[in-house]
Ligand binder design. Structure first.
Ligand code: PM9
Length: 470
């Protein structure tokens, strides 16, 4: 497969480039701390980029979660917040936007994605059940395990190979899934946990053909499919660009068609939906909906606000409509590809094809002399900050955590450092600076040594763990 085929966003316009479909109205100054300040900040953060203060960061590529720039329409929407405890008009706007663009019947708002994961896991998993999915995500699997489920990875083999150029590396391996269903019995499968643009695989999409076939398989066994829709608009873009038959479809149409093959979805609105806080759950089953909206009042808030202010729900409703616009999504993914291409041209090892929300550096190939137990991806995140004040995130052995049964460290095939691009925040010039910083760390790779963990929290350790040089 031709690598370049999936890198060049402008090819549909011949030699013409894309540009962002907006102009900048307000700016927030950023500052590059001195090398000595960065050294002290990293020491104080114990080499964990989550423990840095934001004011010490120059270009913040920790995450695309809640770090988006809202539009003038969204900011105006905040002023229309109806802060009634019950029945806020913003809830009904959000419900209508979800129904229009995602197509599910019932909506439960939550404070963010993991609030939705918690409630769905409690409602839909019985202790001892299995939860197959297209690669784990940290918070998702944590909630599934805490509800008594066991996650089983059924993503295609290619997803675990950073260099494989399969255009839909997020696809479910249907044979693997069917074998699991037959082996465990359909009644012991809680549901299929399907994610769009699979985060831990490098932001890799699922094809329409795959979700359609998945629906057929699950119908044969009476198994439900719940979708992590967090970055589904980006997934829709890859379908439009890569899957035969969809080039003339809008992102909105592809998104709705994709969702129609699933029974419900959970959402971190902090990503695709272009807000700074928020989430939601949506399902088609009336009985499950009653359970979910009963549980939400215990953990989040009343079923018409779910932990959100009315104004937050208004901003999400407007963000849903904005995030499915073709010109928005083309420039959003285009910026990620721009950064990816710069690195590919310098032969710096990254996950390919380039994903939708981030460029993932392949730390195993970046630092071949650092064994996985000495945390190459964490090391690279620390080095990037030290070199240039750029904040990234480890997505390797630290994020993977320990097996709950054996207590042993999991050793994922992918050991990645994620440069995550917030939506509508940075310019192409920032991307140039980032690429040059990665190049500097790459040129210095042979002198770099690994890390060891000196403090390990019990849950989701990557957020708060502390490290020191080996
Ligand atoms: N993702 C991310 O940076 C934020 C925190 S975890 C490091 O990638 C998916 C696919 C996500 C996700 C969060 C959540 C949870 C669910 N699914 O952060 O609770 O990428 O809104 O969403 C993060 P919340």
């Amino acid at each position: 497969m031709d690598a370049k085929k999936y890198q060049t966003i402008g090819q549909q316009f011949g030699r013409r480039s894309w540009a962002e479909p907006w102009k900048i109205k307000m700016v927030e100054p950023i500052r590059l701390a001195s090398a000595e300040e960065r050294r002290q900040a990293m020491e104080g953060a114990f080499s964990n980029t989550f423990l840095l203060r934001s004011e010490d960061v120059y270009i913040d590529l920790l995450t695309d979660s809640g770090t988006n720039a809202m539009s003038d329409r969204q900011w105006a929407g905040l002023m229309l917040g109806d802060e009634a405890y019950a029945g806020s008009r913003n809830f009904y706007h959000l419900e209508a936007a979800m129904q229009t663009y995602y197509g599910y019947k019932y909506l439960v708002p939550t404070h963010q994605g993991r609030g939705a994961e918690h409630i769905l896991s409690q409602a839909a998993i019985k202790p001892g059940q299995w939860v197959p999915g297209n690669m784990y995500f940290t918070t998702t699997r944590q909630h599934q395990e805490m509800a008594g489920g066991t996650f089983v990875d059924v993503i295609i083999r290619e997803a675990h190979d950073a260099a494989d150029l399969h255009p839909f590396k997020g696809n479910v391996d249907l044979d693997k899934l069917e074998t699991l269903i037959k082996d465990k019995g359909a009644q012991n499968i809680a549901y299929v946990s399907l994610a769009g643009t699979v985060n831990m695989a490098g932001g890799q999409p699922v094809s329409m053909a795959n979700v359609r076939a998945l629906r057929e398989l699950c119908d044969r066994y009476g198994v439900r499919i719940y979708l992590d829709a967090t970055r589904m608009a980006e997934n829709a873009y890859f379908i439009q660009q890569r899957e035969p038959g969809y080039a003339d479809w809008t992102i909105a149409r592809i998104l709705k068609e994709f969702c129609s093959y699933t029974d419900g979805a959970w959402m971190s609105a902090k990503k695709d939906n272009l807000v700074n806080i928020g989430g939601w759950l949506a399902v088609n089953d009336a009985e499950l909906f009653e359970t979910l909206r009963n549980l939400v009042v215990i953990y989040e808030g009343l079923h018409t606000y779910g932990g959100l202010a009315g104004r937050d729900m208004e901003a999400i409703a407007i963000g849903i409509e904005e995030c499915v616009q073709d010109d928005h999504i083309r420039s959003r993914v285009g910026q990620v590809l721009y950064l990816g291409e710069l690195l590919i041209n310098w032969d710096i090892p990254i996950v390919q094809p380039v994903g939708g929300h981030a460029v993932f550096l392949d730390a195993k190939r970046f630092y071949p002399h650092i064994p996985q137990d000495e945390l190459p991806a964490q090391t690279l995140a620390a080095q990037l900050y030290l070199d240039s004040g750029i904040r990234s995130m480890e997505r390797g052995i630290v994020s993977a955590g320990r097996d709950p049964v054996t207590g042993e460290n999991r050793h994922p095939a992918l050991e990645l450092t994620r440069l995550t691009i917030p939506r509508r925040v940075y310019t192409q010039a920032h991307m140039d600076i980032v690429a040059e910083a990665v190049k500097a760390a790459y040129d210095n790779r042979e002198r770099t040594r690994g890390l060891r963990m000196i403090f390990e929290p019990k849950y989701l350790r990557f957020f708060q763990a502390r490290f020191e040089p080996v």
